[in-house]
Design a protein around this ligand. Structure first.
Ligand code: NAP
Length: 280
């Protein structure tokens, strides 16, 4: 039987509509709109597109966008000074420093300098620690979007076997904490996992976040599993996920497409995080 297709665009539109209402209320309460600062360093074309989309999404829901584009050869010291300035700016509730940064900059030091209360990407050690301890805080947008997609599909992770392929600080690790917090039994796979197929076949919830086109084949999927594909791999044929979608949809119970699955959720959750940060 063919899997249900989880429509990330529709779920993201619901989140944006919810955020727009909250922004309206908050603007009245604060006497100003919530504000998101974006920092774009260098001339990476993909980063420029991502930041532009984030700013447009802010404007659509009424979040004020404060954009900064320091020169590509900005010094570590000057970039840190900008972060400090944004930390202190009372009209800025969230700060997003688009990664990757040029090689001469120490990205970890820049991220670590963010006020954790404004860390809408959830990347500071404080945010990561709070999430690992199941304490309230700002959570990275992509894994948060994965949880929202599961909820939209009516999937309660409690008691289920969940397997994540990928252990990055951006996706795999925070998702581990979120799924564990939701009472799933969670296994994280990575490039040294001995038998990926064997582990994946245990999963009732399978999340692929490896950045390897079609790494997860149909044979690796447990019949009826919920499959969330975070992967975005740009090939000549177009954008391809980490899951072999055509084969997987014949086995899975529900699956996200690429594009149109997790991608639209990431920006929607950034908006939600900015509202959360503005609430303090
Ligand atoms: P990353 O930092 O490169 O991490 C990839 C992870 O996958 C690593 O933990 C790596 O293992 C693991 N891995 C690589 N090859 C593997 C294999 N053959 N078998 C098992 N595990 C393997 O990537 P990321 O930032 O987490 O992103 C993952 C993917 O999601 C990328 O395609 C990225 O573009 C996409 N992404 C999409 C969105 C979105 O909004 N849609 C947002 C973020 C990321 P090791 O740790 O052992 O190296």
């Amino acid at each position: 039987m063919a899997a249900k297709i989880i429509d990330g665009k529709a779920v993201a539109a619901d989140v944006r509509a919810r955020v727009a209402k909250e922004v309206e209320g908050l603007t009245g309460e604060l006497g100003r709109p919530p504000g998101l600062a974006t920092v774009l360093v260098g001339d990476d074309p993909a980063s420029a597109i991502y930041v532009r989309r984030k700013r447009e999404a802010c404007e659509e829901v009424g979040i004020a966008s404060h954009h900064h584009e320091p020169p590509g050869d900005v010094s570590q010291e000057d970039l840190l000074a900008l972060v400090e300035e944004l930390n202190a700016n009372e009209e800025v509730d969230g700060i997003l420093c688009q990664l990757p940064l040029p090689d001469h900059l120490d990205a970890d030091a820049i991220v670590n300098a963010l006020d954790p209360g404004k860390d809408v990407d959830g990347l500071t050690p404080i945010s990561a620690g709070r999430l690992a301890r199941n304490e309230p805080g700002l959570v990275p947008c992509t894994p948060l979007g994965v949880m929202e997609l599961l909820a939209s599909a009516g999937v309660d992770p409690s008691g289920k076997e969940a397997v994540i392929v990928g252990r990055s600080n951006l996706v795999g690790k925070p998702l581990y904490s979120l799924l564990l917090g939701a009472n799933a039994t969670v296994t994280t796979c990575h490039s040294r996992t001995a038998d990926l197929g064997e582990v994946c076949r245990r999963a009732e919830i399978l999340v692929a976040a490896a950045g390897k086109p079609r790494l997860v084949t149909g044979e690796m999927i447990r019949p009826g599993a919920i499959v969330i594909d975070v992967g975005t791999n740009r090939l000549e044929e177009g954008l391809v996920g980490d899951v072999d979608f055509e084969a997987a949809k014949e086995v899975a119970g529900a699956i996200t497409p690429v594009p149109g699955g997790v991608g639209p959720m990431t920006i929607a959750m950034l908006l939600a995080n900015t509202v959360q940060a503005a609430r303090g």
